[in-house]
Design a protein around this ligand. Structure first.
Ligand code: NAI
Ligand code: MG
Length: 366
């Protein structure tokens, strides 16, 4: 088998983190014949400097045929004055839109070695492993009308509109149940059906889709209560499925349960092709291009490496390798090897390359 990966390292620390994933890809090809074929494209400011756009049409074509895309990070002071159309983030937005990446997976994992770095009590988060599934292409961020009008009496009126159709809720619900099947078999759906009709519809459609997944437990929670529970007792959850707005907030809250931005991966998936089952998929760290530390060789590559582990799991069905890579990260942290952002007393501080080497070495030895 050949496995086609498109690498879009981007700007700032993006390429530094991506280099550590490329090491793992070569290792897997050499020792296990994994058959990864990589192509590298430009995105963000790096693409703007060459093509005058944050992603070229040619790279978009590669993105549409790759089995998975690994995305680093985009942006930086050099491009802060770019127009709205050519700002580095527009490359990311075009990828999400043109590939119809409607399902955003944000795991919140708290490695035992880092439990003390959490903003919560150690016992609440030690060993935490939950997944927030956010609907990414609909809801109030995109619904129309979206406008500010002058009312003529010195007042203005601003309107955002929350819109969801059945098919949009159906496909994210299906993704949630299928993900839960590969985990602990529980889905918590969050909306505000008490005050929003889209919440009523969301609840109704998720419940209907559940009929196809009797082996998965379904629970409904109002999103505000869910936010409280997420901080009070996060380990009660397995998969949380929610809309674009609530998912944005809840996933940021969950991120803070786990410690550093340098640890958090994400995946964005498109719809599965009805005949082949193939789906567009992009994997990226949650963090940005970190201009304050870029070029210094000190960025934490774990978020990028963990994003690659998600690609192994969700795009290539390489479950054993994905688990091995996750275990390698845990092992290296347990051994007290740390980049600056997750440094603690008594640990050994290393740079990006050394951290990548340590994880690759642990992976090779498994
Ligand atoms: P950021 O995530 O780049 O950095 C926030 C802070 O966390 C910084 O102090 C940074 O040094 C630290 N940090 C982030 N990742 C780290 C890592 N892997 N290892 C160690 N420390 C890490 O967010 P910020 O500073 O708000 O934005 C910087 C640039 O990145 C901006 O141009 C912004 O637009 C862009 N950005 C891009 C994103 C993307 O590509 N998806 C997401 C967020 C921001
Ligand atoms: Mg956010």
């Amino acid at each position: 088998t050949t496995r086609k990966l498109l690498l879009l390292p981007g700007d700032g620390i993006g390429p530094e983190a991506m280099a550590e994933v490329e090491k793992l890809i070569s290792l897997m090809n050499e020792v296990a014949g994994s058959g990864f074929e990589t192509e590298t494209g430009l995105v963000g400011g790096a693409a703007y400097d060459v093509h005058g756009a944050a992603i070229s049409d040619a790279d978009m074509e590669l993105a549409k045929t790759a089995d998975a895309i690994l995305f680093g990070a985009v942006g930086g002071p050099k491009w802060d004055k770019n127009s709205y159309e050519t700002r580095p983030e527009s490359g990311l937005l075009r990828l999400r839109k043109d590939l119809d990446l409607f399902a955003n997976l944000r795991p919140a994992i708290c490695y035992p070695a880092l439990a003390e770095a959490s903003s919560l009590k150690r016992e609440l988060v030690d060993g935490l492993d939950i997944l927030i599934l956010r609907e990414l292409t609909g809801g109030v961020y995109f619904g129309l009308p979206k406008e500010i009008t002058e009312l003529g009496n010195g007042q203005k009126r601003g309107v955002d509109t929350q819109v969801y159709q059945t098919y949009e809720i159906e496909r994210i619900a299906r993704a949630a149940f299928e993900l839960a099947r590969t985990r602990r078999g529980k889905v918590t759906s969050m909306e505000k059906r008490n005050v929003m009709v889209t919440g009523v519809l969301w609840n109704e459609v998720v419940t209907a889709v559940h009929a196809d997944y009797p082996d998965v437990e379904l629970e409904h929670m109002l999103a505000d209560a869910g936010g409280m529970q997420l901080v009070r007792a996060p380990k009660q959850f397995d998969v949380i499925v929610t809309d674009n707005l609530f998912g944005d907030m809840l996933s940021d809250i969950a991120a803070m349960l786990t410690g550093s931005l340098g640890m958090l991966p994400s995946a964005s998936l498109g719809p599965a092709d009805e005949t082949t089952g193939r789906r567009n998929a992009m994997y990226e760290p949650v963090h940005g291009s970190a201009p304050d530390i870029s070029g210094k060789g000190i960025a934490n590559p774990i978020a990028m490496i963990a994003s690659f582990a998600m690609a192994l799991r969700y795009s290539f069905n390489m479950i054993e390798e994905a688990d091995k890579l996750k275990a390698s990260i845990a092992e290296v942290l347990q051994a007290g090897i740390r980049t600056g952002d997750i440094m603690s007393e008594g640990a050994r501080q290393v740079g990006t390359v050394e951290m990548g080497d340590a994880i690759a070495e642990s992976f090779r030895a498994k």
